[in-house]
Design a protein around this ligand. Structure first.
Ligand SMILES: *[C@@H]1O[C@H](CO)[C@@H](O)[C@H](O)[C@H]1NC(C)=O
Ligand SMILES: *[C@@H]1O[C@H](CO)[C@@H](O)[C@H](O)[C@H]1NC(C)=O
Length: 409
């Protein structure tokens, strides 16, 4: 009996010692490291080949059937759709008109992924450790999108997101397209970002918003550098529990072996120099209800299955195009993080960033110019937007700005 009591006492003592150790910073650090490691292992899939990009990324060529989408319980028995049933009319028309230098991705300089695989940017342990928690890695913070028509300036100022956008609302939209100028805006603090994108929106802001987003971004926290990267995002509950950037959670089904989400875009426009732009099209397949995405004139990337969404299973009620930055107010002043080229829209082509040929997919499933385009910006003295219309560029706008300046403090 005495020996048993002693043993129990010993166990109790060591348990409490272990509990105490569990609270130590060193143990917490170790725990976080292990958590990040486990999450990284889960995200990175077995690959047939990997390509080391000049920017430090590793691109894994993963068999299409092993992509992250199939971790989703509702996609276990999913048969991949290898092509959309439907393309909105006019999609390929601009390839005939323009023959500009093709813009692609930096990793292409070092190789390509074989047919039947998809390129996935490998997640590094440090990528996850930079996030505030393992769960928040690859996710936007809640309430990240602005509703322009009923702006609560205080609310937006609080969460620090600033926009310069154009938008249409009140109709039924089945997709959107734009050709967007690609730049490399300067980011003041690593917890800030600058992005330029299309938003396809349905539902109620702040509650159950459904959003599909695509464009380019510079986000030091997400990627660990200042490169301009192609990205996508989706959520079906206003950025709360569902959705993520790129392929960082299961949802998007990729079919394309050329374009990696989250990979650096190359080349980038320069001030008063060469201009580069990318075309993005997102549209709903009227037959299956899936939302498809196309990069450039020929790269159909894949689709978001209809079941991921509630409102967007029918149609979108709002489309937005433009830029967004996070203003974390370093030193209590407005951030000097740039939007677009970092120059105001009135400076025009080769100086300010643009979106051109902005179009929507309407009720008859064809691409057309949007009507009643509105604009929104919280502080035009920091970031602004100006719309226009021409034969070559259709509906276009210049947008962006430098952030902090004598009129924006
Ligand atoms: C997948 O197929 C299996 C076997 O046919 C079936 O038991 C299972 O319920 C299916 N799962 C889903 C999510 O449809
Ligand atoms: C990103 O740019 C900021 C300044 O804009 C610089 O301080 C930082 O070192 C850069 N980060 C990397 C990883 O190059």
């Amino acid at each position: 009996m005495g020996a048993l009591k002693l043993l129990l006492l010993l166990i109790l003592v060591s348990l409490s010692l272990m509990a105490a150790a569990g609270k130590s910073p060193r143990h917490r650090h170790r725990h976080r490291w292990l958590e990040a490691h486990t999450h990284m292992k889960k995200l990175n899939k077995p690959h047939l080949k990997s390509i080391k990009s000049p920017d430090g990324d590793v691109i894994d060529c993963v068999h299409m059937a092993h992509q992250p989408a199939f971790d989703h319980p509702l996609l276990r028995n999913h048969t991949i759709q290898m092509r959309p049933n439907f393309h909105p009319e006019g999609v390929f028309s601009d390839s005939k008109v323009t023959s500009r230098a093709s813009i692609t991705q930096l990793w292409h300089l070092k190789g390509r992924c074989p047919e039947g695989t998809i390129p996935i940017r490998r997640t590094k342990r440090d990528d996850i450790l930079r996030a505030s928690s393992v769960e928040s890695y690859g996710k936007k913070r809640a309430h990240a999108t602005v509703k322009p028509s009923s702006i609560d300036i205080d609310f937006n100022a609080q969460n620090g997101h600033q926009h310069a956008i154009t938008y249409v609302e009140g109709g039924q939209y089945y997709g959107a397209k734009a050709t967007m100028n690609v730049w490399s805006p300067k980011i003041e603090q690593t917890n800030e970002f600058s992005l330029s994108q299309i938003w396809i929106l349905g539902g109620t802001f702040g509650e159950d918003l459904n959003s599909i987003e695509a464009g380019w971004q510079v986000s030091p926290d997400l990627y660990g550098d200042n490169n301009t990267r192609l990205f996508t995002y989706w959520t079906s509950d206003a950025y709360q529990a569902t959705g993520c950037y790129n392929l960082l959670c299961s949802g998007f089904v990729q079919i394309n072996n050329d374009i990696a989400m989250g990979a650096s875009i190359y080349p980038i426009s320069s001030y008063k120099g060469s201009q580069y732009d990318i075309s993005l099209l997102i549209w709903k397949d009227p037959k299956e209800g899936n939302w498809w995405m196309q990069f450039g004139n020929s790269h159909v990337l894949g689709y978001w299955p209809a079941f991921l969404f509630s409102y967007l299973t029918d149609s979108a009620s709002m489309i937005e195009w433009g830029g967004e930055v996070v203003n974390s107010e370093p030193d209590g002043q407005h951030t000097s993080t740039q939007m677009g080229s970092g120059h105001f829209p009135d400076q025009g082509f080769a100086n300010a960033a643009y979106f051109r040929n902005i179009q929507i997919v309407g009720g008859s499933n064809n691409l057309r110019a949007p009507e009643d385009i509105a604009t929104f910006t919280e502080q035009p003295s920091c970031y602004d937007v100006q719309t226009g219309k021409s034969d070559d560029w259709g509906n276009y706008f210049f947008y962006g700005g430098p952030g902090r300046n004598p009129n924006c403090l």
